[in-house]
Design a protein around this ligand. Structure first.
Ligand SMILES: Cc1cc2nc3c(=O)[nH]c(=O)nc-3n(C[C@H](O)[C@H](O)[C@H](O)COP(=O)(O)OP(=O)(O)OC[C@H]3O[C@@H](n4cnc5c(N)ncnc54)[C@H](O)[C@@H]3O)c2cc1C
Length: 260
């Protein structure tokens, strides 16, 4: 089984800062990690390879430093790693990112499954996996918490807000996974050192059949008009005094309003 895993390198912080001038994510001075959901995507691919044989290729679109995330995935056990990197990909929105990644996947050739994380820790849109599936014209199962492969059939259990949904598709297909699907393996020092010596293939736009007008800023119809942190409005009445007095006043008020 040929499996491709899309991974994104993200800042190692839940405190993602936005540059108020450019409305883009500030990445300088922040250490980077593999997007946590993508570690689950790699793990699921490795588990399937262990059961069915085949190859796991990990791919990331990003700046040169994204190579570190790819090496981490080689240490986890991926067979091959491809960094898709070119200045003309900078400023890509989710549509352009999906275009570049799907073009790279076409260039890889034969594949049975593509794994993605549910969403990226920083951009947070969850739009790239459906975008890739759409551009490749293949079925998708998003927010997957459990997966079964039966011949060319893939059955995924989707985690929705208040229920689960079971979806069956035929390969080739794309699957995006949630954290609860598995526990990613942690590579040891030996595996990390070995991964340092492995090759990470680098593809720029010349290596793929890329239309320059469909990537980067030119290929990005999204415009970030404004960013802001929502203000928390605390509604209601404040009771001051001793706790027992406050509690009595609250009870009186609730009885008065016929709530209790
Ligand atoms: C107008 C605009 C300009 C932007 N300019 C830049 C910029 O200059 N530089 C920049 O870094 N970002 C930029 N972004 C953000 C960029 O569009 C997103 O980071 C990117 O498209 C992924 O979206 P997301 O983070 O919401 O991923 P999601 O859709 O939430 O990610 C879901 C999954 O898709 C896969 N995935 C997502 N991104 C990648 C990737 N790059 N490689 C491999 N797999 C991936 C992973 O499996 C991930 O778990 C810009 C966004 C906009 C709207």
């Amino acid at each position: 089984m040929n499996i491709i895993v899309c991974i994104k390198q993200v800042p190692d912080t839940s405190e993602v800062r936005i540059d108020p001038e450019t409305n883009t994510i500030v990445r300088e001075g922040v250490p980077s990690i593999i997007n946590p959901f993508d570690e689950n995507a790699i793990e699921e691919a490795l588990l399937l390879r262990e059961q069915h044989g085949g190859k796991v290729t990990v791919i990331s679109m990003g700046p040169p430093q994204a190579e570190a995330a790819l090496r981490e995935s080689l240490a986890m056990g991926a067979d091959e790693a491809i960094l898709v990197s070119d200045r003309c990909f900078a400023a890509s929105d989710t549509l352009a990112t999906s275009y570049v990644l799907s073009t790279a996947i076409r260039a890889i050739g034969e594949y049975d499954l593509i794994f993605c994380g549910k969403q990226a820790f920083d951009g947070d849109t969850a739009q790239v996996p459906p975008g890739i599936a759409e551009q490749l014209g293949i079925p998708q199962i998003t927010f997957t918490i459990g997966l079964e492969v039966d011949g060319r059939k893939v059955r995924g259990r989707r985690m929705l807000e208040s229920e689960f949904e079971v979806v069956e598709v035929r390969m080739p297909a794309l699957v995006s996974v949630v954290k609860q699907i598995n526990e990613p393996r942690r590579p040891g020092i030996k595996a990390k050192l070995a991964a340092k010596k492995k090759e990470v293939t680098i593809w720029d736009s010349a290596c793929m059949d890329i239309e320059p007008c469909l990537c980067g800023l030119d290929g990005s119809p999204t415009r970030v008009v404004r960013t802001f942190a929502p203000t928390r409005e605390i509604k209601g009445e404040k009771f001051e005094g001793e706790p027992a007095e406050c509690a009595a006043a609250v009870i009186d008020r609730l009885i008065g309003q016929k709530i209790i």
